[in-house]
Design a protein around this ligand. Structure first.
Ligand code: HEC
Ligand code: HEC
Ligand code: HEC
Ligand code: HEC
Ligand code: HEC
Ligand code: HEC
Length: 219
């Protein structure tokens, strides 16, 4: 089988990060989840949605692995096992994102704006499963001090982050979060893929976009 290609852009336009990285248990490091065809066939990981059944999806989402496959199932395998193959897709990036607000870095889309302007509508559960309501109050936006004198302080919005990530994607694993300042970290660790860098290296807007975080003017 060819390697599997997974697109964040398509999936994040429909679901919060939380659904996959908390509820479904995908780890946030390429290749680390070590899922197998058998897991998908039992309804875990990709198979939670890609099960060919209706549940909450209408129309159903094409099924993931079947072993052994019937001969007429092979074209379906190629939709995911597509690395290095020239397959026909249902969604093309350029066309799909044509009307989305643009950003100069990352994959070129301002996802925050796409969400707040209602262009995309995020589901926070796998359709057909109960939505567990979280009653935690959202903390106020706050600033984080940039200890280098030449960069402005950072404004961190809990409200905007909670929309995509819930609380549990960050607390307690990425930020202990019991009180501000309890977790000590710096820009170097962020570049190494820790703290904000867990997401802002390759899925959320990238670190090169300094001023989107360091928004406060230097005094
Ligand atoms: C439909 C499910 C799904 C959604 C929604 C989703 N992810 Fe992922 N994500 C995955 C999978 C699958 C992987 C790869 C895991 C593996 O290979 O073990 C992954 C990997 C990652 C990685 C590691 C990438 C790398 O190159 O190592 C990061 C960071 C990440 N996701 C962040 C996010 C963020 C932030 C969001 C929301 C904006 C998000 N994900 C939404 C399924 C999803
Ligand atoms: C939370 C639900 C969910 C999970 C988990 C999920 N997907 Fe999807 N995926 C979807 C939906 C919904 C679509 C759109 C289906 C459609 O419109 O026909 C889709 C579409 C796709 C497509 C079709 C792209 C195209 O343009 O034809 C591929 C490929 C894909 N997913 C791969 C994966 C892989 C690989 C995984 C696991 C690593 C995965 N998905 C996990 C919901 C999910
Ligand atoms: C929705 C996406 C998707 C579709 C469609 C799909 N697969 Fe998979 N398949 C995966 C993922 C994800 C893995 C795990 C691969 C990884 O982590 O590198 C996998 C792994 C496999 C493996 C590797 C061995 C193993 O036990 O993990 C085989 C063999 C396989 N699939 C067969 C098939 C066949 C045959 C079909 C078509 C009938 C198919 N798959 C369709 C997503 C898919
Ligand atoms: C994107 C990651 C992220 C998400 C999602 C998130 N937080 Fe936080 N939270 C932080 C950061 C960063 C801090 C500051 C941590 C530090 O400096 O140690 C923080 C701090 C806190 C604090 C301490 C505040 C203070 O003033 O001392 C509380 C309480 C908290 N978060 C609750 C929540 C709740 C409740 C949710 C969900 C509604 C949530 N967080 C979602 C990243 C996040
Ligand atoms: C769990 C993943 C995750 C972590 C950790 C995370 N972010 Fe984000 N952040 C996102 C996602 C997803 C968005 C939506 C926009 C996008 O994807 O580009 C976002 C958007 C933002 C925005 C734009 C929205 C706004 O508030 O104006 C800023 C600024 C930001 N993040 C700063 C930070 C900072 C600073 C940290 C660390 C203290 C951090 N983020 C940690 C996932 C994360
Ligand atoms: C995703 C948000 C984010 C982005 C993007 C970002 N930073 Fe930071 N930066 C932070 C946070 C959060 C801190 C504060 C860490 C702490 O508590 O000391 C910080 C701290 C710093 C500091 C203070 C010294 C240190 O190591 O903590 C410097 C200098 C800095 N950043 C430079 C940059 C530059 C240059 C860029 C662009 C190339 C950049 N940052 C992009 C979030 C970001």
């Amino acid at each position: 089988m060819a390697k599997v290609v997974f697109d964040h852009w398509l999936h994040r336009s429909q679901f919060t990060c939380r659904v996959c990285h908390v509820d479904l248990g995908f780890l946030m490091k390429k290749g680390e989840t070590r899922m197998k065809a058998a897991d998908n066939m039992k309804g875990y990981y990709c198979g939670a949605c890609h099960n060919g059944e209706k549940h909450g999806f209408d129309p159903p989402v094409f099924k993931a692995c079947s072993i052994p496959p019937a001969p007429d199932e092979m074209p379906r395998c190629d939709r995911c096992h597509s690395y290095g193959k020239d397959i026909k897709r249902k969604y093309e990036f350029a066309k799909f994102t044509e009307k989305m607000p643009k950003a100069s870095l990352g994959n070129g889309i301002d996802w925050e704006k796409a969400e707040t302007s209602g262009l995309i509508n995020l589901k926070d559960n796998v359709p057909g499963t109960p939505l567990i309501k979280r009653l935690m109050p959202v903390q106020k936006d706050f600033s984080l001090e940039s200890k280098g004198s030449w960069m402005g302080d950072i404004l961190f919005s809990h409200k905007k982050h909670a929309k995509w990530n819930g609380c549990e994607l960050c607390h307690p694993d990425i930020f202990l979060g019991v009180s501000r300042g309890a977790t000590k970290y710096n820009m170097f660790q962020i570049y190494e893929g820790e703290y904000c860098g867990v997401c802002h290296l390759n899925v959320a807007f990238p670190l090169r976009d300094c001023m989107r975080c360091h928004v406060k003017p230097v005094k």
